[in-house]
Write a protein that binds this ligand. Structure first.
Ligand SMILES: C[S@@+](CC[C@H](N)C(=O)[O-])C[C@H]1O[C@@H](n2cnc3c(N)ncnc32)[C@H](O)[C@@H]1O
Ligand code: SF4
Length: 371
């Protein structure tokens, strides 16, 4: 199974909470055309490494804001097709900011071959959107879903963020309700996490914005799980819910250890026991490729122990659970403790976290791998 990720490093504005490798156009150092030229070079390199004729099962354009490329996002898929074969049932996703979507662009994207769209809604509450520094109104994301459906998309995700300072539990449930009303097939709900240098983290550190609390995040996660489960969505990964058979196959490929190429500035790639990552700066990335050089900034080979650790951390986040055979016998007491504390259950040959356990997924993985 092979996947391709394409990182598009442009945003109209940088949201105050975001730590992704993205730039406004005046800071990126490259134009959209420069980006497409460099991407063509990187895809050629990828096809040489993975073997031309490699069949891609999933493609995911993320960012950043891929939809800022406009019709150029259709060209991205054409470039991919020049170097790879898309499986007949390939999942081809793009992320999108609500304010960048128009009915015309959605039709171009659907016509180009995208069959899944992931829209950054974040919240249905104007005050929460304001605190997050989002530039769209709550209604814009809802309208964008209807426009995507009219253009022929039937696989639609909405991204939501919970735990924004000042957001009440009721407001969070209202946001979930508004998202559900649009009848998406998939919902991602992320706990707001802040890198210290982000503008929102600085405002919290100064005391001008209230702090985020673990208790608030836990209450909102459990409330989300209860509401979404009652609406027929399964929490197949800690932050992701889907209707039956609508899980994001691309993200599952990451979590299950498939091979993928990440193209674009700062993108990460993985093949067998090797991972590598590109330089983050878009200009430097484009210059290296223009000079016929690899844009890779580093490479790492994982030994068997490191691979096992990674598997534990990823698999424990999935509803399918962690195969017990991946755990050494020395963890038996820990596992029994999680089960008796209702943090996990044993389902067949796998250890599966309960909703309360999923709140502690990172801590539990750490305990299991350091035992
Ligand atoms: C690349 S963005 C999606 C597309 C688009 N750029 C947007 O924001 O609408 C991926 C998602 O990551 C989530 N995200 C980004 N930074 C986050 C943070 N600091 N804490 C929690 N979620 C975050 C948001 O839900 C966002 O929609
Ligand atoms: S959340 Fe999305 S739109 Fe906002 S800065 Fe990050 S990538 Fe860009």
């Amino acid at each position: 199974m092979t996947s391709l990720y394409v990182h598009v490093p442009f945003c109209t504005v940088r949201c105050g909470y975001c730590d992704f490798n993205t730039y406004t156009l005046n800071r990126a150092g490259i134009s959209y055309d420069d980006y497409l030229t460099a991407l063509a070079h990187e895809l050629e390199r990828a096809a040489t490494t993975f073997g031309s004729g490699t069949v891609l099962d999933t493609v995911f354009c993320g960012g950043g804001t891929p939809t800022l490329l406009g019709a150029g996002l259709g060209q991205v898929l054409e470039l991919i097709r020049q170097h790879f074969t898309l499986a007949p049932d390939a999942e081809v996703s793009t992320e999108a900011n609500p304010e960048t979507l128009t009915p015309a662009l959605l039709q171009v994207l659907r016509g180009a071959g995208y069959n899944r769209i992931s829209i950054g809604m974040q919240s249905a509450n104007p005050q929460v959107l304001h605190t997050l520094g989002r530039v769209h109104t709550p209604g814009r994301a809802v309208a964008a879903v209807q426009e995507a459906k009219a253009a022929g998309f039937d696989n639609i995700n909405l991204d939501l963020i919970y735990g924004t300072p000042g957001e009440s539990l009721g407001e969070w449930l209202d946001s979930l309700g508004a998202a559900l009303e649009t009848q998406p097939t998939h919902l991602s709900a992320y706990a707001l996490t802040l890198a210290p240098h982000t503008p929102l983290a600085r405002r919290i550190a100064r005391g001008s914005t209230p702090a985020i609390t673990e208790d608030d995040l836990a209450d909102k996660y459990l409330a989300a799980e209860a509401l979404l489960a009652s609406a027929g969505f399964s929490n197949y990964e800690v932050s992701n819910w889907a209707l039956p058979a609508r899980e994001c196959r691309h993200n599952l490929a990451y979590w299950l250890g498939a091979n993928w190429w990440g193209a674009g500035p700062g993108a990460h790639s993985h093949r067998a026991d090797t991972r590598w990552w590109n330089v983050r700066n878009p200009r430097r990335w484009a210059d290296l490729l223009a000079a016929g050089k690899s844009p890779s900034a580093g490479v790492e080979t994982l030994n068997a122990a490191a691979q096992a650790t990674e598997q534990v951390m990823l698999r424990l986040r999935l509803a399918s659970g962690l195969p017990l055979q991946l755990l050494p016998a020395s963890t038996a007491d820990l596992v029994a403790g999680y089960v008796s504390d209702n943090l996990a259950r044993v389902n067949g040959d796998s250890l599966v976290l309960t909703p309360t356990g999923r709140l502690l997924a990172d801590r539990i993985s750490l305990e299991l791998v350091s035992n």
